[in-house]
Design a protein. Structure first.
Length: 420
């Protein structure tokens, strides 16, 4: 037996109502929540929705409309609940059913092959996922298309099982894809299949047994000594573009942000707050990837660059040019230490197919836009409390942060010994 409640869960004066599904299964109570697309005011919901003997015609019409839509949603969800295996019912299921209620097109002849369903998935989640995520899904779809072409078979959603996992993994290995590229593709495919299952399509009982693991990657960063070498590069050897990129590289290593964030920094984002009798510079922005509102203190090294540029940040450039320029800057800084890492190289000359090749390279060759955030995290680990570092980098947990900089629980334990 299941029941439905509707709630106003916002502090705003006007918001979408939430639906709450309550049911009992195997002597255990479950409560699932989702947001409807029915928007009302807090005043209406709290004071007018249940009023009796209303004389205001406008309010009567509003009550009738809201109650009619709530009744339709409740009937729709309860009918779906009765016709769904309880094992498939979770928050994602409820969210998807609400979407189906408002967009019944998704119930009509959903494709059962994976490639066509990927397009449905993108359209279904177009308001939730960023363009960068869509691009990554498209790359995976193209990889799957090549796989299907070679196998002369359209892979079906219900065929995503352990056999497919091994076969797809072998295919990617034969095409020289690195392990983590394959893992990322498999994880995305599993996520898409779960979405299909929530809409009632058949999936393999082995779907949840597919658990690919990422391979440990080389943790490349710039030490404080190497950053000093970069700062000390003879300015006469630098073009305006290289000097601009050099300053961005130093900023990135002292702010801990992704290139999609720091490359958007402007002086208008800076504000000053008083602490211990001093004005402290802070920069406030919203992280592009996570949508988190961030307020981060500006390191003295960043202030030096701003002073050099009359209070302005360096000129923004594309990530592609930035990656190219900072390699040249680090080469001029003589960062030549032999370092284990991966570089994208053409598989065969002229075929324009690039794969990451692991080998020993001079360190400057391995420098990319990611190195700033990695350097900030690694250089300050053990010097600044980890809680503060996680706040600055925006990692969602300490475990993710430690994995990002290549630290284990043993490293954490050894750090704790300093306090005993």
């Amino acid at each position: 037996m299941a029941t439905i409640n509707f709630l106003y869960r916002s502090t705003k004066p006007k918001a979408f109502l939430n639906i709450r599904l309550l049911y009992r299964q195997d002597n255990k109570d479950y409560t699932l929540g989702a947001r409807t697309k029915l928007e009302v005011t807090n005043n209406y919901w709290e004071k007018q929705h249940d009023l009796k003997r209303v004389k205001d015609l406008e309010l009567i019409n509003l009550q009738n409309r809201v109650k009619k839509e709530l009744a339709e949603i409740e009937t729709f969800i309860l009918n779906k609940f009765q016709n769904t295996n309880p094992i498939n019912i979770n928050k994602e299921w409820l969210v998807n059913q609400i979407e189906v209620y408002y967009n019944p097109i998704f119930e009509k002849k959903l494709p059962v092959d994976l490639l066509n369903y990927i397009e449905v998935y993108k359209d279904y989640r177009k308001t939730e996922i960023k363009k960068s995520t869509v691009k990554k899904i498209d790359v995976i779809a193209n990889l799957l298309k090549r796989y299907d072409t070679e196998k002369k078979h359209n892979t079906l959603i219900k065929e995503i099982d352990l056999k497919f996992y091994k076969d797809f993994d072998d295919y990617c290995l034969s095409k020289a894809y690195c392990k983590n590229t394959t893992t990322r593709a498999i994880k995305t495919i599993v996520t898409i299949c779960r979405h299909a299952r929530s809409l009632g399509l058949e999936v393999s009982y082995q779907l949840e047994s597919i658990k690919p693991k990422y391979e440990t990657v080389d943790k490349i960063y710039l030490s404080f000594d190497e950053l000093k070498k970069i700062e000390d590069v003879d300015v006469n050897k630098l073009s305006e573009s290289l000097d601009n990129a050099k300053d961005w590289l130093i900023i990135s290593c002292y702010c801990g942000q992704r290139v999609s964030d720091f490359m958007r920094f402007t002086k208008d984002m800076i504000r000053y707050e008083e602490r211990n009798g001093e004005l402290k510079p802070l920069i406030e922005f919203t992280q592009h990837k996570t949508d988190k509102l961030m307020t981060v203190p500006l390191n003295s090294k960043i202030i030096e660059i701003l002073n050099k540029r009359n209070g302005e940040f360096p000129r923004p450039i594309s990530e592609q040019k930035y990656n190219l320029y900072i390699k040249q800057v680090c080469k001029l800084a003589e960062l030549n230490t032999p370092t284990q890492g991966g570089l994208k190289k053409e598989i065969k000359e002229g075929n324009k197919q690039f794969r990451k090749v692991k080998n020993i390279y001079e360190k400057w060759e391995l420098v990319t836009s990611h190195i700033g955030r990695k350097s900030f995290s690694t250089n300050h680990y053990g010097k600044i409390p980890t809680t503060f570092l996680i706040y600055v980098t925006g990692h969602s947990s300490e475990a993710m942060f430690l994995n990002y900089i290549g630290k284990s629980n043993k490293d954490l334990a050894m750090s704790i010994t300093d306090y005993f």
